[in-house]
Design a protein around this ligand. Structure first.
Ligand code: GTP
Ligand code: MG
Length: 361
């Protein structure tokens, strides 16, 4: 609203009237929505090119022969109270296959679980569509598979439908977790039929969307769910090159009193090592230490591995990209990004002054 000099409530009105979007003033829109909305006001949305982001391509495309299978990255979505947090908690705290407890206790934005047969899955522990949409709006599309949680006693609800459309827009396949099957009034069949109305055709109905009946509370069906996620990821043939400089995405970051800036980064390609120089958002630095989700130090992290990194001089934003590169290049890019950011802020500020002046006339 600020940038195009249109009152916020007018934008909200137009979103509803012309696009059928019910939005609030502090809601994030994704890029596609912004594009449509701005079009109504005669503006063109242009995705901001991040200075130095082309480094990834500059680092030589991977050769077919260097690509190896990598684990899937999974996000959990679903309607309020349908059990997203319970599902993630169960997986986080339990060695799912052995059914033992005693896993990760702290909250970090991403963790990975090892499964029998040497396979693993990376979970983004940022439930809710807002995080997914915010990351996408920043051009960071890290999710390979969405687990759609639908409570069997409540079936398909508005945010279930919203999650389906988010996953669809992002081109990410869904695996359905029909949750709370332990409840007496659970009706998994109704869930499956209702999903049909929204174009989700489960295998039971001859479609290709996999599902598992689960109880996140009791731990029922959870290994089957994870197996289906692995099957779905096999179809995607997810691959990466572990033998190259690391590229990653910041999942969350904060200032830790003892450790300084700490960022949870999902390595998306290459291998990140302690001692690497990186540019990450507006900052450059040397990786001083890396910790896994159990706070244990690790020396390196390969594709689809989440790690907490220490050593950045500031706190990057969620969705920021991390690239390992020589120290001088990293420093140069970080400096330029900081300058561009300062200039952008100045522009917005001076526009604000102009607006105030006009309103006084
Ligand atoms: P929001 O974050 O508020 O959108 O909810 P959520 O989707 O994360 O749901 P959450 O995991 O907080 O679960 C909501 C309620 O359902 C809690 O009271 C859970 O204990 C309960 N619940 C979750 N999974 C199950 C289940 O498998 N069976 C039963 N009986 N209850 C469950
Ligand atoms: Mg929750």
């Amino acid at each position: 609203a600020e940038l195009i000099d249109v009152p916020a409530n007018q934008l909200i009105g137009s979103a509803f009237k012309n696009l059928g979007l019910m939005v609030t003033i502090n809601q994030r829109l994704d890029f596609d929505q912004i594009e449509l909305l701005l079009d109504e006001f005669g503006f063109e949305a242009v995705r901001e090119e991040e200075y130095g982001a082309d480094m990834e391509e500059a680092v030589e495309a991977d050769l077919e022969a260097d690509l190896q299978t990598r684990p899937p990255v999974v996000t959990v979505m679903g309607h309020v109270d349908h059990g997203k947090t319970s599902l993630l908690d169960y997986i986080r705290k339990t060695n799912v296959i052995a059914g033992e407890s005693g896993g990760i206790t702290q909250h970090i934005g991403a963790y990975h679980v090892e499964l029998p047969g040497g396979r693993s899955i990376a979970f983004l522990d940022t439930p809710g569509h807002a995080a997914f949409t915010a990351m996408r709006a920043r051009g960071a599309e890290v999710t390979d598979v969405v687990i759609l949680v639908v409570a069997a006693d409540d079936s398909v609800m508005p945010q279930t439908i919203e999650a389906i459309s988010h996953a669809r827009n992002a081109g990410v396949p869904i695996v359905v977790a029909v949750n709370k099957v332990d409840l007496p009034d659970a009706n998994p069949m109704k869930v499956k039929q209702d999903l049909l109305q929204h174009g989700i055709v489960l295998e039971d109905f001859g479609g290709d969307v996999m599902s598992a009946d689960v109880s996140a509370k009791r731990g029922l069906g959870m290994d089957e769910l994870l197996e289906k996620v692995l099957l779905q990821s096999d179809i995607l043939e997810l691959r990466a090159n572990p033998d190259r400089e690391a590229v990653g995405t910041v999942i969350e970051a904060q200032l830790d009193v003892g450790k300084g800036p700490v960022a949870t980064v999902l390595v998306t390609n290459g291998t990140l090592r302690v001692g690497d120089h990186v540019v990450c958002g507006m900052y450059s630095g040397r990786i001083r230490a890396m910790l896994d989700e159990r706070n244990r130090p690790v020396a390196k992290a390969g594709p689809a591995t989440p790690v907490q990194i220490l050593g950045l001089p500031g706190v990057p934003g969620a969705g920021d990209q991390l690239i390992a590169m020589p120290a001088d290049r990293a420093a140069e890019i970080a400096q330029t990004r900081q300058r561009l950011e300062r200039e952008k802020r100045m522009r917005i500020k001076s526009r604000g002054v102009k607006l105030t002046d006009l309103s006084k006339m």
